[in-house]
Design a protein around this ligand. Structure first.
Ligand SMILES: [Zn+2]
Length: 302
């Protein structure tokens, strides 16, 4: 594969090196009367084996070295999407909070740079209930941090993590995810609104079912006239293998085959409909475009 010099330099400048301080990158997009910004919650540190283990080794090595990505350790950014239309101030996902990883849970200082306090958020819309997306919903007293907000989650995602049986049926490595999600969901139960695929959940914001990463993962299409932005969450979870070989099964997806089908569907729509993409774990603040290549796709920041 080929990387342009510009994209390589951009990549090198925005992806934190192992052990470096969290990057607090943010990106902006004017969108009709509304604005879309990403605010950084910091980044995660993950063993590469979690994602790469099932992938064909030789081809994988070639892709990772072209992107300058380590096979042993990943340090993906965590970019929360902030949507403001003058009436609603919407945060997509709540970040990691204090208890997941020391490198993440930074969203409050990122919101402050936007002149926002937690009580200014009118809606928190979840893509899914993994720790880096929902654990940040509680404050240090285990009360809802975004106290004035309506919390919104896809019905099938809610039902899956709400079920006490999930902690006994899910694979061992994910048991803490199940226990942790349910505890946060109990705290927001009073204010939660559930929704289904294709539903317009707020004016101009529609749910797009993208299962696989988790059973009820949702992406969101934000549309103003002919312009559209897709908030993809973790349905497209990285800027390298997920674009270059979207059909490969990734170990971070709970149902890898279903996740690959969702990823293909999104990449096809993003490119054929020329939509802007916002990805939670994509680099440079996460806002960009998917572009077709000879044998797959690539991510380009705007
Ligand atoms: Zn994530």
């Amino acid at each position: 594969m080929k990387l342009s010099r510009r994209s390589f330099i951009h990549h090198a400048a925005t992806v934190p090196l192992v052990g470096s301080l969290p990057t607090l990158v943010s990106a902006d997009l004017r969108f009709g009367e509304a604005s879309i910004t990403t605010v950084s919650d910091g980044h995660l540190i993950l063993p590469g084996s979690l994602l790469f283990d099932a992938m064909p080794e030789v081809e994988l090595q070639g892709i990772l070295s072209a992107y300058g990505v380590s096979a042993s350790q990943l340090a993906p950014e965590c970019n929360l999407t902030l949507y403001r239309d003058g009436r609603n101030t919407v945060l997509f996902d709540a970040g990691s909070g204090a208890d997941f990883m020391p490198s993440a849970g930074k969203v409050l200082s990122a919101l402050e740079t936007q002149g926002l306090a937690p009580e200014d958020i009118t809606h928190v819309i979840f893509t899914h209930a993994h720790p880096d997306h929902i654990w940040g919903v509680l404050d240090e007293f285990d009360d809802p941090l975004f106290a004035g907000a309506t919390h919104m989650m896809g019905r099938s995602e809610w039902d899956y993590w709400w079920d006490p049986q999930t902690a006994t049926t899910i694979d061992d490595a994910r048991v803490p995810f199940a226990v942790g999600a349910r505890r946060r969901m109990q705290a927001i139960e009073e204010s939660v609104v559930l929704f289904d695929d294709h539903e317009e959940i707020l004016p101009g914001i529609a749910a797009v079912a993208t299962p696989g990463h988790t059973p009820g993962h949702m992406a969101f299409e934000i549309r103003h006239g002919t312009e559209a932005v897709l908030v993809a969450g973790d349905a497209i979870g990285n800027h390298h293998v997920a674009f270059h070989r979207p059909e490969w099964h990734g170990g971070l997806d709970q149902d890898p085959a279903t996740a690959a089908a969702s990823r293909h569907m999104l990449l096809d729509r993003l490119t054929s409909e020329q939509m802007t993409l916002v990805g939670f774990h994509l680099p440079g603040g996460g806002i960009g475009r998917a572009e077709r290549t000879e044998d797959g796709y690539r991510f380009a920041n705007l």
